[in-house]
Write a protein that binds this ligand. Structure first.
Ligand code: GBH
Length: 465
C-alpha cells in the first residue's frame, strides 16, 4: 500500500457528494415545480453573472455517465439530494410520479454498480409555493416536509442505506432569511429565528416519518464551525460566545442535549422571543439519530464589533455584534477561504468533548474551490486540491486517533457545479465540467488521486480480512 495515503480503519467508507439544484438542470421538465432557488437565481443581481441552475451540469439527462464516473472512482457511497419540487411540485399535496421515477432509476443504477445511495432530503430547494405562504417562517412548512419525506421513503426506502434530513440548516435559516445572500433573500430578525426552529422541527418530524417507513440509517448534516476569538479580551470572548450560539449551539443543543441554547438572550435579545416554539417540540427535534453528518471547509475567527443596525427593531438575526477577521497566513482557496487542516481536527475533538453521546459521524462534505483549467493535452492538474484533500484527511485521522468516531468521508464535490450565489466561477469538482461545451466532463488529477486512495484502502481492507 502506498505510504502517501492516509490509512483509515478497514470499515471506513469513502464517497462523493452533490446536490440537486447544483447539478441537475431540467428545471421545468417532467412536472417539476419551481423552487426558491429558481426564483432567486432569476432575480437580477442575486447571483454572480446572473447564473441559474436551469441547465447546470445537465445531470438529469447525464446521470448514467455520472454513475460511470462514480463507478470508476470506486466509491462505496454516493450522496445526492432529492429535489422537493420535483417530487411534490406545489410543496404539499399531489406527488409527481415522474419526479420519483428519476431518483428511482438513479438508485437502481447506483446499486447495480455496487454504490450505496445516501439521500439528502433537503439541500435548500424549497418549493416556491410554500415560500409564497411564508416558507420556513411557518410551522406548516415543517409538516409539509414530513409528508414529502414519507413519499420519498415509500418509493426508495427499500434501497437507500443512509438518509440525511437537512443539509446545513444554518444556511437555510440565516444565509437565506437573515443575510439574504441565499434564497429566498430575506433580511429578518425573528423571522430567521423562526425559520431555524421550523427547520429543526422539520428534521424531527422527518425522522419520525423515516422511522415509520423502516429507514435504515437516519441523520442530519450540519456545518458546525470551529470558531476562535481574535484576542483574549472580554469583548472578543463574548463575541465568540455569540458566534457559537448562532453557528453551532442553535443546532447542537436541541439535537444532542435536549435544550435550547443558553446564549440566546445575549446573542439576539428580544428577537429571540420564542413565539415560534411549542411545548413538546424539543422531544420531536431530539429524536435519537444513527449518525450526524458534518460538512467542513475552513475555520472562523471573530472580533467584537458594533451592531451594523443600531435600531434593535431593524436588526437581522446575523447582526450579533460580531465581525469575521482573517488572521490566517496560509493559502486561501478561490472562495477566499483559508486552508487550515488542524482546525478540522480541533472542531471534531471539541464536539466529542462537548457531546459525549454524539452519534457516530460521517464527513458529508469537504473539498476546495480552485481555479482549474483544462490544459491542451486534456488534463486538469489541480495539485492544490490534492493537497487540500490529503491534509484534511490526515487531520480527520488525527481526530479519529484521539477517539472521535467517524465512519466515512464524502468529497465535495463529484462535479464542478452551480455554487449558489457565486455561480459557476467557483469550481469544487474532482471532475471538471465545461459549461461552454455541452457540459463535457473531464476527471481532474484529484479524481485520479482519490481513486488511488480508495483503491489502496480497499486493498488494505482485503489484507486485513
Ligand atoms: C456547503 O455550504 C453546501 O452544502 C454546498 O452546497 C456548497 O456547494 C459547498 O458547501 C461549498 O460552498 O458568498 O454569498 O455565495 C457551505 C457554506 C454558505 C459557504 C454560503 C458559502 C456563500 C455565501 N456556504 N457561502 S456567498
Amino acid at each position: 500500500m502506498s505510504t502517501d495515503f492516509p490509512v483509515f480503519p478497514p470499515g471506513f467508507r469513502f464517497g462523493a457528494a452533490t446536490a440537486a439544484y447544483q447539478i441537475e438542470g431540467a428545471h421545468d421538465e417532467d412536472g417539476r415545480g419551481p423552487s426558491i432557488w429558481d426564483t432567486f437565481s432569476h432575480t437580477p443581481g442575486r447571483t454572480a453573472e446572473g447564473a441559474t441552475g436551469d441547465v447546470a451540469c445537465d445531470h438529469y439527462h447525464r446521470h448514467a455517465e455520472d454513475v460511470r464516473l462514480l463507478t470508476d472512482l470506486g466509491v462505496d457511497s454516493y450522496r445526492f439530494s432529492v429535489s422537493w419540487p420535483r417530487v411534490v411540485p406545489q410543496g404539499r399535496g399531489a406527488v409527481n410520479g415522474k419526479g420519483l421515477d428519476f431518483y428511482d432509476r438513479l438508485t437502481d443504477d447506483l446499486l447495480a454498480a455496487g454504490i450505496s445511495p445516501a439521500v439528502t432530503l433537503y439541500h435548500w430547494d424549497l418549493p416556491q409555493a410554500l415560500e409564497d405562504e411564508g416558507g420556513w417562517r411557518n410551522r406548516a412548512t415543517a409538516e409539509a416536509f414530513a409528508e414529502y419525506t414519507a413519499a420519498v421513503a415509500e418509493r426508495l426506502g427499500d434501497r437507500v442505506e443512509r438518509w440525511i434530513t437537512l443539509n446545513e440548516p444554518y444556511c437555510s435559516a440565516f444565509v437565506g432569511y437573515a443575510e439574504g445572500r441565499h434564497a429566498p433573500g430575506a433580511q429578518e430578525g425573528t423571522g430567521a429565528l423562526a425559520a431555524a426552529h421550523h427547520l429543526l422541527l422539520a428534521h424531527g418530524l422527518a425522522v419520525r416519518a423515516l422511522r415509520e417507513a423502516g429507514a435504515r440509517e437516519v441523520g442530519i448534516t450540519l456545518n458546525l464551525d470551529r470558531i476562535e476569538a481574535a484576542s483574549d479580551s472580554a469583548a472578543d470572548l463574548a463575541a465568540l460566545r455569540r458566534a457559537e450560539t448562532l453557528h453551532n449551539d442553535t443546532w447542537t443543543e436541541p439535537l444532542f442535549a435536549g435544550r435550547y441554547p443558553t446564549g440566546e438572550a445575549e446573542t439576539w435579545g428580544a428577537l429571540a422571543d420564542g413565539s415560534y416554539r411549542r411545548e413538546g417540540d424539543l422531544e420531536v427535534i431530539g429524536a435519537p439519530l444513527d449518525f450526524v453528518g458534518l460538512n467542513f471547509y475552513r475555520p472562523l475567527t471573530v472580533v467584537d464589533a458594533p451592531h451594523r443596525e443600531p435600531e434593535p427593531a431593524l436588526r437581522t438575526a446575523v447582526d450579533i455584534g460580531v465581525r469575521e477577521t482573517d488572521p490566517y497566513g496560509t493559502r486561501h482557496t478561490t472562495m477566499g477561504w483559508p486552508v487550515v487542516p488542524e482546525s478540522f481536527t480541533a472542531l471534531l475533538l471539541d464536539l466529542k468533548e462537548r457531546y459525549p453521546s454524539l452519534p457516530p459521524a460521517f464527513i458529508t462534505e469537504n473539498g476546495s474551490a480552485e481555479a482549474d483549467v483544462v490544459s491542451p493535452d486534456g488534463r486538469v492538474d489541480d495539485a492544490d486540491r490534492v493537497s487540500y484533500l490529503r491534509d484534511h484527511l490526515h487531520a480527520l485521522l488525527a481526530a479519529m486517533d484521539a477517539g472521535m468516531d467517524v465512519r466515512g468521508y464524502y468529497v465535495w464535490s463529484l462535479l464542478d457545479n452551480f455554487e449558489w450565489a457565486r455561480g459557476y466561477g467557483q469550481r469544487f469538482g474532482i471532475v471538471h465540467v465545461d459549461y461552454d461545451n455541452d457540459a463535457k466532463r473531464t476527471p481532474k488529477a484529484s479524481y485520479g488521486w482519490y481513486r488511488d486512495l480508495i483503491g489502496a484502502h480497499r486493498a488494505g481492507r482485503q489484507d486485513q480480512s
